[in-house]
Design a protein around this ligand. Structure first.
Ligand code: PRP
Length: 210
């Protein structure tokens, strides 16, 4: 039997995903050890786990370096990879939103040449071009996006809100909601054909645990 490789997103989703995989009967002991290793094995069930940056999960899965990925819907929308989205895991719930200072509330569609800072440039582009049909300048940032409107880098941001704490502590408010987000179970297109039985058995098991 060959190994099935699962790419896990480091960060917020990792712990919940590992707990869930354990409940589904996989041996994740090696993953839990706080080592610097990046690849772990469950010899009994013939699974491998790789821990990668969230934004790289879709890449590993599209190229087949991982058969399965567990990653946020935000990352899937941003990375636009060709994958099979099999299951909404329902955890890691949050929202993609437009946020800014309260005073921007009435100005959103009237500001000329609005600047939008985001880590999620593709999501921001799709939203402004296709949904709002508004021409804006998208500025790519890699983190601490809430800072941008505070120092005049942009008028608004497109970002994730979970508890709302980060926005609140920086005096920003949600101006528009773009979409709901949660963790997704994605599969490589070829793996889905070659290992359908084992992959779907795992997906069904996870689904029954949600
Ligand atoms: C995310 C997001 C917000 C924050 C929202 O950032 O970009 O900054 O979490 O969470 P909250 O609504 O519960 O406050 P993350 O912590 O992933 O780090 P980043 O600043 O590097 O994007």
């Amino acid at each position: 039997m060959r190994y099935i490789t699962i790419a896990l997103a480091k960060g917020r989703l990792a712990e919940i995903t590992i707990d869930l995989l354990e409940k589904a009967g996989l041996c994740v002991d090696e993953v839990r050890e706080k080592s610097r290793k990046l690849i772990f094995t469950d010899e009994v069930n013939k699974f491998k786990f790789i821990l990668v940056k969230a934004s790289d999960v879709p890449t590993y899965v599209e190229y087949g370096a991982a058969d399965i990925g567990v990653v946020g819907y935000d990352t899937l929308l941003q990375e636009k990879r060709d994958l099979y989205e099999v299951l909404d895991l329902g955890f890691g719930k949050c929202k993609m939103i437009v946020a800014g200072p309260e005073k921007m509330k009435d100005k959103l569609s009237t500001v000329n040449h609005m600047r939008v800072a985001s880590k999620y440039t593709e999501i921001a582009k799709d939203y402004y071009h296709h949904v709002k049909k508004q021409s804006v300048e998208i500025i790519k940032l890699n983190g601490s996006v809430e800072l941008a409107p505070l120092v005049g880098l942009s008028e608004v941001i497109v970002d994730i809100v979970e508890s709302g704490k980060t926005l609140k502590e920086n005096g920003l408010v949600v101006l528009e909601e773009i979409c709901d987000l949660s963790a997704r179970f994605v599969v490589n297109r070829v793996s889905m054909k070659m290992e359908k039985e084992r992959i779907m058995a795992l997906a069904q098991k996870l689904n029954s645990l949600l």
